[in-house]
Ligand binder design. Sequence first.
Ligand code: NAD
Ligand code: UGA
Length: 470
Amino acid sequence: MKIKNICCIGAGYVGGPTMSIIAQKNPKIKVHVVDMNSNKIAAWNSENLKNLPVYEPGLSKVVKEARGRNLFFSTNIEKHIQDADMIFISVNTPTKTSGEGKGYAADLKFVEACAKQIAEVSKSNKIIVEKSTVPVRTSEKIKEILLSNNSDVNFQILSNPEFLAEGTAMRDLEIPDRVLIGGDNTIEGKKAINSLFEIYASWVPKENILTTNLWSSELSKLTANAFLAQRISSINSLSELCEETGANIEEVSKAIGMDSRIGNSFLKTSVGFGGSCFQKDILNLVYLCRYYGLDQVAEFWHQVIKINNYQKKRFAYKTIQELNGNVKNKKIGILGWAFKKDTNDSRESASIYISNDLLNEGANLFIYDPRVSKERIIEDLKSLFIINGESDNEISKKLNSVKIVSDYNLCFENASGVSILTEWDEFKTYDWQRIYNNMQQPAFVFDGRNILDRNHLEAIGFIYKGIGNH
Ligand code: NAD
Ligand code: UGA
């Protein structure tokens, strides 16, 4: 069946960019992206493309080309579900905060709400595509909800997980390593797979479009993220050994990565991985393994998260130690709040946790990020304080020690140290000599991403502390 109308529920970091590319590459298909958040939809529709709710290099160009032609953003969810012959569910699947599986399992309430709404309003046959990352066998649950709420129309369910990484989303969508489509091994199932296959085939080479059964597709997404995160925790765990032994993690990483069997990507040591997905997806995998009684397997993957938490704590602790074991009333500049460069997303960013640890020790923080808004930074900190059960009094005291600045120079005046927590390219272009002159002496740079030129900084007079080297 040739698809003419697509509806995507969820206009977030995945729904927005993914549908923009699908619309750009398939000008004959009408694509409506809907969301219950009217502010977000208004931002997607804003005249000024700088105000799109998602920052991704190259995104505004694609939106400019397709928006109003065959790409639309709307809050009229019901209408666009009814009109569509294919519906992508691209809503958030966070970790559960209560009930069975609390702290580990994926909360599927948003996915389930979509399925219920689709069933309630649909009057014609539809292909439902799981774009959100979900536990294996979720499609079974979606099918159950659809059938029990509407037996008049035929629903085919596909799994089509998304592998884009933020900051490089447009490139990842344009030239994906692979597109994965899982579906039922029935005549109707195969037809549905084919319909989605055709959409991607308008720009992705056919040999890069992989079709599998539903469960393999769902599980491949979770495990791909787990493998990537596991590499980061592996290299981060070794960074501490390097600090103890005099080996240099950058050199070790290069040497390991040149083995073609290992490969060199995802071996960059850091203050710990962040982002909305790695942690939640691995916790979900741990939950699934435990659910099936595979405790040893669960423990293996859980360790990836434990090392990541340890790395963040370790970095904060090291900063405090270097500043004579006391940061009370000392000013520390924080450069970078996004969980990686080239995105305005700060979900689960290491910066949040490291800043909290420094605030707990009484530091004064001046925070700068080129893309994350002041409101977002305050909200991130507040949410963590609340999760940690802090009183209103404690929260306002800690927030009084935080200044978010839009001029990065303000981070340095009379600061004892500066921490680089995101690898934004612009940090490398700063005039570090001038910065040094503005700071208290001795002046420390804690380079949580090893992006600055150590020799240059030390020649200026800085005390340079990277990760995984002396
Ligand atoms: P997001 O929070 O940015 O966007 C989700 C959107 O869904 C929100 O705008 C929310 O308002 C909307 N929504 C939720 N329930 C709704 C409903 N019932 N009706 C209408 N709108 C609804 O999330 P995201 O980062 O785009 O992630 C979406 C899914 O994709 C998650 O499962 C995630 O694991 C997965 N994923 C994310 C990335 C990434 O880089 N962010 C990459 C691959 C996969
Ligand atoms: C990750 C995966 O790379 C995507 O394939 C996947 O689709 C996505 O999760 C998802 O499911 O949400 P993303 O989190 O956007 O993408 O970004 P990554 O480039 O994977 O970086 C994640 C974190 O790991 C960042 O904090 C980054 O700084 C850190 N990282 C990455 C390292 O510390 N070292 C590395 O070598 C690579």
